[in-house]
Design a protein around this ligand. Structure first.
Ligand code: RIB
Length: 298
């Protein structure tokens, strides 16, 4: 069975809800404080594992309470953490999240997420990866390490999925190492200068990223679903209508479940449909990893 191997961030999310966002210099009262495991990498790994994929994490946490908790929770979801390093000196990543009417704003302190270097990821991949495995990464770890990891994963014969979030430019030379690029509207505009909204602009943005060398591109469009290419053909999958409680980890759920489906050799359209259903469920719940559904629910 193909594995899903995620190289990425692990953060403790400190989440609080508020009725309105504070203005500069203002304090507002919030509610429902929650400290819960998150991080784009961790969330994507948990989404794949909860969907039933054999999942491994390559990451780095500190030896503090947050790091210990993140590891314990990931292992509880059956994510293999043998390649998660525990830094002796660094502090675990923390995300401070304010959640207002179902939408969120995040400030991130990356901490130990920036400790792993390309040689560390290369050594880990050589120990655990096999050709055909699915490699997933994002931009919350050190940028050069992330980019190098795509090239390394490809050299080892893996299928590479890249989610360039938070948005940072992908240097042109790395596009050909990406089998599947998954971006939201902001990230797509950041990479291409085209804001994908309706069919024509989505098509243009997808074509622009494919011209640079990405094999396949999925653009997620929030409540309007997603658009992607299979070869030269464009496809779209609508979103499900749900009552939004908290959008945190919805995009990560989409990516992790999509990776898990591809590991089962499901075709792209079916994989996107499963991923869309899973992400819709995540939105109806509060928090990050705890809000991601299991396969039975999807
Ligand atoms: O994508 C959601 C994640 O982004 C949160 O869990 C938070 O940790 C930030 O990294």
């Amino acid at each position: 069975m193909k594995q899903v191997i995620v190289f990425g961030s692990l953060n403790m999310d400190l989440t609080i809800q508020c009725e309105r966002m504070p203005q500069q210099g203002e304090t507002v009262e919030g509610s429902n404080f929650l400290s819960n495991p998150g991080g784009k990498g961790g969330n994507q790994a948990v989404a794949a594992a909860k969907f039933g994929a054999s999942t491994r994490m390559i990451a780095c946490v500190g030896q503090d309470v947050f790091g210990k908790k993140l590891l314990e929770v990931l292992q509880g979801y059956r994510v293999d953490c043998a390649e998660v390093r525990q830094s002796e000196t660094g502090q675990t990543g923390v995300a401070v999240i304010t959640c207002h009417r179902g939408d969120n704003r995040i400030i991130l302190s990356p901490g130990t997420n920036h400790e792993l270097q390309a040689a560390d990821v290369q050594a880990a991949l050589k120990r655990v990866a096999s050709p055909g495995d699915i490699f997933v990464t994002q931009y919350e770890c050190e940028q050069n390490t992330v980019l190098a990891s795509l090239e390394l994963a490809r050299e080892l014969g893996m299928y590479t999925i890249f989610n360039p979030a938070p948005a940072k430019i992908i240097p042109e030379k790395y596009y050909p190492f990406i089998d599947l690029l998954i971006v939201n509207q902001v990230e797509a505009e950041y990479q291409t200068g085209i804001l994908p909204q309706e069919e024509e602009s989505c098509r243009e943005a997808i074509q622009s990223m494919r011209r640079l060398g990405a094999g396949q591109v999925v653009i997620t469009l929030g409540s309007r679903g997603s658009m992607f290419n299979i070869g030269e053909e464009m496809y779209s999958v609508p979103a499900l209508r749900v009552e939004a409680v908290d959008t945190t980890a919805a995009g990560d759920t989409f990516i992790g479940v999509l990776a898990a489906c591809l590991a089962e050799n499901k075709d792209m359209e079916e994989s996107v449909r499963c991923a869309t259903r899973a992400a819709a469920i995540t939105i109806t719940r509060y928090g990050a990893q705890q809000s991601i559904p299991y396969r039975e629910e999807v």
